[in-house]
Ligand binder design. Structure first.
Ligand code: ZN
Length: 509
């Protein structure tokens, strides 16, 4: 069927909006990499201007009119078609943008800019009192924001549902709670069994390992994974991220520690997973709402696949340990592959989420998810959060933070955004990474053997065909169903963790 004129008009308008987003991303990337400190104030203003222009263009009633006029065209197309998907996904973006009052958007953005500055100063000073009032205000704004989105879906049952839906479209409090409960029941005995077993020594990782050499190694590996440097680049930053300007320019950033082998390498593997997802999206989706990863959880599933399932596997290091040893001969000559493999997979309950291992990591997320719920429901007051945080860490991980800095104030999320929906995507990503990988192995049982030979084409090709290329065409539940033939399932992650760590720690599970 020939697309009506309204369809090309819609695409033309979307292209302008997405050019503004692209320009914002370039400015944001520059801000986080090379901008001198003196540029901060003007940069904040420039980003604000671009975001306001994009918002005005997206909420233009002309877009609503085009979407209405395209209904009959859309209804005659298969839901799977690119055109129907573009109209459907644009309609949702338009609804979200028009439901939130512009004044609220502006108030929140001003508040968050200030809350972030306060947190950045108060965190090293270990001063929770300094951020308490801001956090209360953020909580209030989060409720208002969620409330304004309620008309989006009549199935919302919980105050946090709209906030989860924004980052993990199609998921709700109930869905997340039920998968988290199931995962927790499997993790608690595993963590306990590991803590009671022999200790793994990771001292070999704490020596001098020049950062540029670590990054050169990681760069070579991610090119083998499938990250394309003709359509990307890598630069240093404080908090690594991946960012998309267009299909032809998807950049990653990293940080490295000269006195620890691994942080820079695994952060690079992680970001390359986000980057390959974005680079793999159908180029025809560029400058439309389809041209981006579909949800936080699906995005994270891709970074975790390359960082953990591939990058921390024994097969991978059976191929890559010799080149790494050759790169650091003095440091690693007396370290066996087995010792190194155990060191990079050491499990130890710790205070800081971003430094947590694969097994305990999800417990950190569950703590945050439950606190977001309790705060939004009014069951926990902000002033009681630090004490509740410490008690929960003691109960779940067996350790109590000795300060706020590495306790309740460690994550930027609640100080640079809303409270609610900020964390579940990380654990959904771990669950989905394992679920997708298990599905890939069903069609291609040769994948682990190939990884052992430093070959990643089969895995990359499968991910690209089944996940990457679709961009945001399918929401997460639709994509999971399409790829795996079933709903979100915790069991592949549980079997992966039990078998991998059972073997490393010699457990009788
Ligand atoms: Zn990530």
């Amino acid at each position: 069927m020939e697309a009506p004129a309204q369809y090309s008009e819609l695409k033309k308008r979307l292209s302008e909006i997405y050019d503004l987003y692209g320009a914002s991303s370039v400015l944001g990337w520059d801000q986080a990499t090379y901008m001198p400190p003196g540029g901060a104030a003007a940069r904040a203003r420039q980003l604000g201007t671009l975001s306001k222009l994009a918002q005005e263009k997206l909420t233009d009633p002309a877009i609503g009119k085009l979407l209405d006029e395209l209904r009959s065209f859309e209804n005659n197309l298969s839901r799977d078609s690119d055109e129907a998907s573009l109209i459907r996904v644009t309609r949702r973006s338009y609804q979200i943008a028009t439901l939130i009052p512009p004044a609220l958007v502006e108030e929140i953005s001003n508040h968050i800019a200030m809350a972030y500055q306060t947190w950045a100063k108060a965190r090293p000073e270990n001063n929770f009192v300094a951020v308490q009032d801001n956090l209360e205000k953020t909580l209030d704004y989060s409720r208002q924001y969620a409330e304004s989105l309620r008309p989006l879906d009549s199935n919302y049952r919980h105050v946090m549902d709209p906030l989860i839906d924004l980052s993990d479209y199609g998921m709700q409090v109930e869905t997340v709670q039920s998968v988290f409960t199931e995962l927790r029941q499997a993790l608690v005995p595993l963590v306990k069994a590991i803590s009671e077993s022999s200790v793994t020594d990771d001292a070999c990782l704490y020596q001098s390992f020049p950062g540029d050499q670590q990054l050169a190694f990681a760069k070579e590996v991610i090119q083998k994974f499938g990250y394309d440097f003709q359509r990307g680049r890598q630069d240093p930053t404080h908090h690594p991220f991946a960012t998309r300007f267009s299909a032809g320019d998807v950049r990653i950033t990293t940080r490295v520690d000269d006195h620890h082998l691994g942080d820079g390498i695994f952060a690079t593997f992680h970001e390359s997973g986000h980057g390959m997802y974005e680079q793999g999206i159908n180029v025809d989706f560029d400058a439309t709402p389809l041209g981006g990863g579909t949800s936080a959880g699906i995005h994270e599933s891709q970074s975790r696949t390359w960082e953990n399932i591939v990058g921390r596997s024994r097969a991978f290091w059976e191929h890559y340990y010799a080149p790494l040893q050759a790169l650091f001969p003095d440091q690693l000559k007396n370290v066996s592959l087995d010792t190194f493999y155990r060191a990079i997979n050491k499990v130890e309950p710790s205070l800081v989420r971003v430094k947590a291992d694969e097994v305990t990591y999800n417990l950190h997320i569950m703590v945050r998810f439950d606190f977001e719920l309790a705060l939004l429901e009014g069951k926990l007051a902000v002033k009681d959060l630090p004490e509740a945080w410490n008690a929960r860490y003691q109960a779940d991980l067996g350790i109590t933070p000795s300060d706020y800095k590495d306790g309740v104030m460690q994550d930027v999320h609640w100080f640079a955004g809303l409270i609610g929906g900020a964390f579940q995507g990380y654990t959904l990503g771990n669950i989905l990474g394992a679920q997708f990988y298990q599905t890939a192995l069903k069609s291609h049982p040769e994948i682990p053997a190939e990884i052992g030979q430093g070959k990643f084409d089969t895995l990359y090709g499968w991910l690209r065909a089944n996940i990457y290329q679709h961009g945001s065409k399918y929401n997460a539940p639709e994509l999971i169903q399409r790829v795996t033939g079933g709903p979100l399932d915790v069991q592949p992650l549980v079997s992966y963790l039990y078998s991998k760590y059972g073997e490393i720690y010699g457990l009788n599970l």
